[in-house]
Design a protein around this ligand. Sequence first.
Ligand code: TRP
Length: 449
Amino acid sequence: MAQTDTATRGNWNSKLGFILAAAGSAVGLGNIWRFPTEAASNGGGAFLIIYLICCFLIGFPVMMAEISMGRKTGKNPVGAFKALSSNKFYPLIGMWGVLCGVMILSFYTVVAGWTVSYVLEEILFFAGNPEWATWIGNTGNGWLNAIFSVAFMSATVSIIMGGVSDGIERATKTLMPLLFVILIVLIGYVVMQPGSGKGLATYLRPDFSMVTPALIFDAMGQAFFSLSLGMGALITYGSYLSKKENVPQAAALVTTTDTIVAFLAGLLIIPTMYMAQAQGITIFNASGDLIAGPALIFQVLPSLFHELGGLWGAMLGITFFVLLSVAALTSTISLLEVPVSYAIDEFQIKRKKAAMYIGLGILAVSLVISFQTSLIGVLDTIFSQIGLPLGGILICLFLSYEWKVQNAFEELDTGNPGFSQSLVGKVWKVMVMIVCPIVILYNLLSPYL
Ligand code: TRP
């Protein structure tokens, strides 16, 4: 249905639409780039196990909390806190969330721009223009970063302008299946190549001696970032969800999809690194650790694709960066939707105008980061590593002790009758009231203890 009045809030057309949009938000650069390298450099299977525990024991309950607040109120993160409590202090939690989203989007856009520039880099290289390829693949060139950030932000803004069902839902319905297919094809190719077995072993063999408080801190931060939790993205997406739908089940599906994609991405990236090593490419840095982060994605992997050469190298290289771009786009739209829904609900600004101006504002920050890429690490630490778990604690505490679990149960029972009486329901109550806040807080403080 066409959305004629752009000031009204939208709705998902179907349950699948919500699942794909929420899973699209969750599945992003965090899964395909950050998760595999964290796992590889943090004890492989041991990190994987701790990460799974963080996702299902901590992330999943917080996700249910967010979706239930959103669906109950039909509001953006700030509006949801306003609607559920008369205390003026609580909407500040929502504002902190909106701020985290805005700041994460500002650096995410720059990295997303790199993924697009590397699609072109691979095309140019395999078209026989290695000099141009090197030129365009220079992530240290501020002007290039700025141009690709503008391009990526434009794509994000144009989807958000389309609204909930005609913009977000339609885009994610095409992009998510595409992402799955590309991922599976790439894994299929890579695991059959020489050298990849060693990578599989590094990835899956648990080294429990590496489990330290710092590792658990990393795994938890990664789980929050990957599941898009702690800043109200899922309050917002939940606000467009019909009362008929089953919230616990939807949250379980989104958590599982995101975890599966992260796991699969590990099956792709880590064997690929060892394949690269088998081709004589350095995959360890000077201190003996696996090369991680931007250097892995934008140096090690392209050199492998170039080394392979020919049709396979070209296909692998180009589709790999298309995969990353697609994953990034379904995530940036969820990050932009949060401040846009805030502007629509709270200031009655029309969707198109809100998307345009907020997108431009965030782009201004991205342009600064384009020339000052060292800011990415700083912003990531403040707004995702610390900001999201902090938001998660506050959401759990608010739900438990201000809105009250009984009221949340009423919302969760809508669409899933009897949930509050079920075992999962009872466990969830203990998790949001006690376990999640304590475990997250302990983890946040552990680096300083
Ligand atoms: N989850 C995305 C990823 O893994 C990033 C992301 C999108 C996000 N929306 C979010 C992170 C909202 C936190 C909050 O790349």
